[in-house]
Design a protein around this ligand. Structure first.
Ligand code: PLP
Length: 391
């Protein structure tokens, strides 16, 4: 009989020739457990997803309760489904008043797709600007606005009319003009290796977008839901986007995404043509029930309160002669090393020592640190000890 590992390699599509091949039997809080009972700290939150930890009890209960009522009923936007309505209401209540219409999808890439279409439809323009080293997903539209030619070249032709500017470069904001439908940008670049922009960069970007009638699409798929110490990272910069992208942490471990805009903008998907964006499963009642429980858990359990202190502890403890820099905001951090060889070896040895860390799509010389917000100060200390020992 073939082992699970052999079957995985045989029948499951592979995305690289060096998968991590970690077998996990169950997960709870910040921990994952292998079939042999080995305990791992998930220091990357399943790639910025498990902000409330794995299998948060309130999320699990909400899923069970909803499964007992109904699962899929109809395509998105036709029936009144309580979990969708309640989650949209809750999201709107925690967002600035101009972001008051929520379109639910299943993933981050789909949120990107929907937002790009919405911006083109609303403005009647087709030019889109993105940033070098940006990551917004892997479908054709999202890939078109990815800022790394290595991943795109083999899939061309992609969307026409896409331009790129350097993140955090004020001069290049001049590329935004009255032909530009939208700028799509991460509030803090994730896969670029956690690049936090200057405060006035995003403010100047906001002004330029407003001046030219360009919609500002902010991708908070990785930064959202408390990860940086605020519910959404744009709050740190005193700006409000026109379209907000959410996914990953929003579902508490379930596949959920959303793009959020003002009702006036979103309404342009309603006619000429009608059904401007269609999804069968977007806003699935079970994932929305999980999403609502996730948001309530973050707020009711004050999970964001000590994120800044936890960041400070990581920064204090991660002092080592091989560490060039610890970058990021809140619990979206990275450890800058010198080479990919170091990153690969450190990450592999950390996993062997029960701490899961990883690297980034566009930055292979830094290690990703993005634990569940529920990680305790003692757990941070233990993890940092292991990382330093391994280094
Ligand atoms: N946007 C950002 C900033 C991301 O980090 C990701 C995924 O890593 C995506 C979009 C795409 O999300 P998904 O993998 O759910 O399609």
């Amino acid at each position: 009989m073939l082992s699970l590992r052999q079957l995985f390699l045989l029948n499951n599509a592979q995305t690289s020739s060096t998968p991590r091949l970690l077998e996990i039997e169950r997960a709870e809080g910040i921990y994952m457990y292998g079939p042999d009972g080995k305990e791992y700290v998930d220091l990357v939150s399943g790639f910025a997803v498990s902000n409330v930890g794995h299998r948060h009890p309130k999320v699990v209960q909400a899923i069970k309760d909803q499964v007992d009522k109904y699962m899929h009923l109809a395509v998105y936007g036709e029936y009144i489904q309580t979990p969708q309505v309640k989650l949209a209401e809750k999201l709107v209540s925690v967002l600035p008043s101009s972001l008051n219409s929520v379109y639910f999808v299943n993933s981050g890439a789909e949120a990107t797709e929907g937002a790009l279409k919405l911006a083109k439809r609303f403005t009647g323009r087709s030019k889109i600007l993105s940033c070098h080293n940006a990551y917004h997903g892997s479908t054709h539209g999202a890939l078109s606005v990815m800022g790394n030619e290595y991943y795109k070249a083999a899939y061309r032709p992609l969307l026409p009319g896409i331009g790129f500017m350097h993140f955090n470069n004020v001069k290049e904001l001049d590329l935004i003009d009255t032909d530009t439908a939208a700028v799509i940008i991460e509030s803090i670049q994730g896969e670029a290796g956690v690049i936090v922009p200057d405060h006035d960069y995003l403010q100047k970007l906001r002004i330029k977008c407003t001046e030219t009638g360009t919609l500002l699409i902010m991708d908070e798929i990785q930064t959202g839901f408390g990860r940086t110490g605020k519910l959404f990272a744009f709050e740190h910069f005193g700006i409000i986007p026109d379209i907000l992208l959410l996914a990953k942490g929003i579902g508490g471990g379930m596949p959920l995404g959303a793009f959020v805009a003002g009702r006036d903008i979103m309404d342009s998907l309603k006619d000429n043509p009608i059904l401007g964006h269609i999804t069968t499963f977007g806003g699935h009642p079970v994932t929305c029930a999980a999403g609502l429980a996730t948001l309530e858990a973050i707020l009711d359990e004050n999970m964001m309160d000590d994120v800044a202190e936890k960041e400070a502890l990581f920064r204090k403890l991660l002092q080592h002669y091989k560490i060039r820099e610890v970058r990021g905001k809140g619990l979206m951090l990275c450890i800058q090393l010198d080479s990919f060889a170091q990153v690969e070896a450190t990450s592999k040895a950390c996993v062997e020592n029960g701490v899961i860390i990883d690297w980034f799509l566009h930055c292979e010389t830094a290690l990703r640190i993005a634990p569940p917000l529920t990680i305790t100060f003692e757990e941070i200390e233990k993890c940092c000890e292991i990382i330093k020992k391994v280094l």
